[in-house]
Ligand binder design. Structure first.
Ligand SMILES: Nc1ncnc2c1ncn2[C@@H]1O[C@H](COP(=O)(O)OP(=O)(O)O)[C@@H](O)[C@H]1O
Ligand SMILES: [Mg+2]
Length: 440
């Protein structure tokens, strides 16, 4: 187990040019920092990434497609070279180590199982090749004596040769070295944990998607690495299986205590799985925090909109110190705790953020939002409305001027109806329109 520290990481890919080999041209870090743009020969994909993942932590990287999540994982795994910065695993600087020496296991979206090997051999494959750190542990657990006794009689290479030569023979004629027995024990433990012990003799093509996914997880787990990296491992599963496997992965990770970095573009997955979540956008980390901290105190408008479903509503308003915010259709007085924060914005505009769950159907009042119902989604347990502020100057607000509200399921609403929505005043957020930073 180990902590993983990502220190000021930059990554750029060479711009593809015709007739030129796809070679990496490192981008100078200083250049990036000072000019804020990259030399024309390179595309900057990750910028100034700093992330400290605690020992045993389940860290989720979440962000829209193309924001650089996979690239960051591949840098940690050693499948891509870094352009600038450092990556530490425990007290080892791993920047220049080849993937095999990093003691990191990665699970991909495509399960990447060996099709010509049984589940057993897929699980055992990494163990047979690995340098034997896990074996020392297995040895200890299994009672070291029998293991060391038999291995000392024949050199390891000879043992392995015998195993290899007899592997395709019927079971009774196979040679089981001490090493192979330790591997079998390890495979059995992992297979049991993932409930794939009944599938060990099957080939990947005889497995369902969920089973393949568990074998891929098992292969990563069997090696007992210092770090797990998982890149959208559930996206090929159907919704029900995805939920089940989600829980299973979290429970397994708790049990094993292996430091894990899990990548997803799905905010629900991030919120339900992560100890902490790093929200990424356009090659940069926007915020690193616990799920509820992200929900309650988003650092900026991007995080506010990305975390939570349906997303937060944004409405431009005018500030009138000390505590008034105004819109052509409503005006509200904020609690006194806002006074200091609003002062510098007196007479200027701000973006008001309200989550759909913090709007509710109310009575006409100056502080309430007059809206017209455009769309109703009744789900039984809750109802979502898409509404537009009545007579709103349509150039303001979201591009389409639409808001979403979550209301009680037993409130009957008709299409085109005019409603007044009240805002849970202690749940609002305000954002600077220029920097998009949340004002606290
Ligand atoms: N080998 C590569 N060469 C050039 N550009 C790449 C390469 N790999 C990824 N990219 C670019 O880097 C950006 C981030 O990609 P990726 O890390 O795969 O995003 P994500 O996993 O968040 O969807 C994308 O714009 C992608 O086109
Ligand atoms: Mg990706």
């Amino acid at each position: 187990m180990a902590q993983v520290v990502i220190e000021n990481i930059y990554k750029s890919f060479p711009r593809r040019q015709e007739g030129k080999a796809n070679r990496l041209t490192p981008t100078s870090e200083e250049n990036l920092k000072e000019s804020g743009s990259e030399p024309s020969s390179a595309v900057s994909v990750l910028r100034r990434i700093n992330l400290a993942i605690h020992d045993g932590e389940f860290m989720v990287l979440v962000g829209p497609s193309g924001c650089g999540k996979s690239t960051l994982l591949r840098l940690i795994a050693g499948l891509e070279s870094i352009t600038g910065g450092n990556i530490w695993v425990g007290d080892r600087l791993i920047n220049d180590l080849p993937p095999k020496q990093r003691d990191i296991a990665m699970v991909f979206q495509s399960y990447a199982l060996y099709p010509h090997m049984t589940v057993y051999d897929n699980l055992a494959f990494g163990l047979r090749r690995s340098s034997g750190e896990w074996r020392a542990a297995a040895q200890e657990a299994a009672g070291a004596e029998s293991y060391t006794k038999t291995t000392t009689q024949r050199p390891l290479w000879a043992e392995r040769a015998l195993v290899g030569l007899t592997r395709s023979l019927p079971q009774g004629l196979q040679y089981w070295s001490a090493e192979e027995r330790a591997i079998a024990q390890r495979v059995a433990t992992v297979a049991q944990m993932l409930q794939i012990d009944a599938l060990l003799d099957r080939y990947p093509k005889q497995l369902s998607g969920g089973q393949k996914q568990r074998v891929a997880l098992g292969r990563a787990m069997a090696r007992d690495p210092q770090v797990f990296l998982m890149d959208e491992p559930l996206s090929n599963l159907d919704a029900k299986l995805r939920n089940e496997t989600r829980t299973q992965i979290v429970n397994l990770q708790r049990k094993l205590g292996t430091t894990t970095v899990y990548v997803t573009h799905d905010q629900t997955e991030a919120m339900t799985m992560g100890d902490r979540i790093a929200v990424m956008n356009a090659g940069q980390i926007q915020q690193i925090a616990s799920p509820l901290e992200l929900y309650n105190r988003p650092a900026n408008r991007f995080v506010a909109e990305f975390i939570g479903s349906p997303p937060m509503n944004f409405i431009p308003v005018q500030v009138k110190a000390p505590l008034l915010i105004q819109h052509p259709q409503f005006r509200m007085t904020l609690p006194e705790s806002w006074e200091a924060a609003l002062k510098p914005y007196d007479g200027r505009s701000l973006i008001l953020g309200i989550r759909p769950e913090h709007l509710s159907v109310s009575l006409p009042a100056p502080k309430n939002l007059p809206v017209q119902v455009n769309h109703i989604e009744a789900l039984g347990s809750e109802t979502f409305l898409t509404v537009s502020l009545t007579e709103s100057t349509s150039s303001e607000g979201r591009s389409d001027g639409l808001l979403q509200a979550r209301i009680e399921p037993d409130r009957t609403v008709t299409l085109g109806e005019t409603l007044w929505l009240s805002v849970a005043i202690d749940k609002i957020h305000l954002f600077d329109p220029k920097t998009t930073v949340r004002i606290a």
